[in-house]
Write a protein that binds this ligand. Structure first.
Ligand SMILES: C[S@@+](CC[C@H](N)C(=O)[O-])C[C@H]1O[C@@H](n2cnc3c(N)ncnc32)[C@H](O)[C@@H]1O
Length: 293
């Protein structure tokens, strides 16, 4: 590029950024036209699977501009230090098997806070609409006539696989992928999953909340035609420095779980994964020391 062109381009960029050229790093974002987080509204935001660096820019903007944060059990609390100083922080976590607030009470609390004119950030693990009850919360908020926005997050079934070096799809392996949950609202194995169809529909199955019923799930999949030789990868605490990966085979699940309890939260992946995983296992010890991701 000749110097006249380079200068014109630099000036155009500077104008576009509101004269922000020269401002370094995140401060530059202050000049971007982010959507206004209006008083009395609720933003339903995905925090990603754990690593703070996996937060989206809109999520970061919401943290910086909210009055109240209501966060879930699986949100990495490290993220909360990026909240606007003075923001009120409330915990509303639901964990299977532990005393938890009722879903309806959480939604009512969000509505109550918004009605006092606060800018309410509802921060949820992963993506709010993937096995996260975000749809239920949004429906209640919409019914109450509160303005809201949904900010997607990186779901554990996507980000967790990437941090374990497991491609969710690969042209040589699968042209489809299934995401399913291993338990329903009561904690039981979901009754409305068509296991024979799931077993044959996709070479790769990514399962949330599946550890508790894994023996039953493995039997259903094998009864539906999956080979006992199919690989199973269990990714615990994905994207965090204490991430662990354990591998077994579908037919060996029972014996595997008899001798070992994988830490939770965990994502379970059924399908041909290990061949590439060894080459793609990038999240090494040195990188984990960086707590951002
Ligand atoms: C209630 S669901 C929430 C899913 C979330 N909305 C998402 O999109 O990732 C909770 C389940 O997500 C999975 N999960 C969430 N965070 C995880 C993490 N850091 N590592 C492994 N699994 C995780 C586990 O299967 C856990 O039981």
């Amino acid at each position: 590029m000749d110097s006249t062109l380079a200068n014109a381009s630099k000036q155009a960029t500077s104008e576009r950024l509101g004269g922000a050229v020269g401002i370094a790093g995140f401060a530059r974002l202050d000049h971007e036209p982010f959507p206004q987080f209006a008083a009395g509204s609720i933003w339903l935001v995905g925090a990603g699977p754990g690593a703070p660096g996996l937060l989206s820019l809109l999520a970061y903007h919401a943290l910086q501009n909210c009055d109240t944060i209501v966060y879930d059990a699986l949100v990495n609390a490290d993220l909360l230090r990026w909240a606007r100083p003075g923001a009120q922080i409330e915990y509303a976590g639901k964990r299977g098997g532990k005393p938890s607030p009722r879903q309806r009470d959480i939604s009512l609390r969000l509505i109550e806070l918004a009605r006092t004119g606060r800018r309410v950030l509802r921060l949820k693990g992963g993506d709010p609409l993937i096995f996260g009850r975000g749809g239920e919360e949004a429906a209640q908020i919409a019914k109450a006539g509160i303005p809201f926005r949904i900010v997607p997050g990186i779901s554990a079934g996507i980000g967790g696989l990437a941090y374990a070096g497991i491609p969710a799809t690969h042209r040589d392996v699968n042209h489809s992928v299934i995401f399913l949950t291993g338990h329903d609202a009561t904690g039981a194995l979901p009754a409305n999953v068509d296991w024979p169809a799931v077993a044959t529909a996709s070479p790769v199955i990514v399962m949330y909340m599946a550890v508790k019923h894994l023996v039953e799930i493995a039997s259903e999949l094998m009864a539906g035609g999956r080979s006992p030789e199919d690989e199973v990868a269990i990714i615990s605490n994905a994207t965090l420095p204490h991430q662990e990966l354990h591998q077994t085979r579908l037919g060996d699940i029972s014996a595997f779980l008899a001798s070992f309890s994988p830490p939770t939260p965990a994502i379970v992946v059924v399908g041909q994964t290990s061949e590439r995983r060894e080459a793609l296992d990038w999240y090494c010890k040195a990188l984990r020391e960086n707590r951002i991701g």
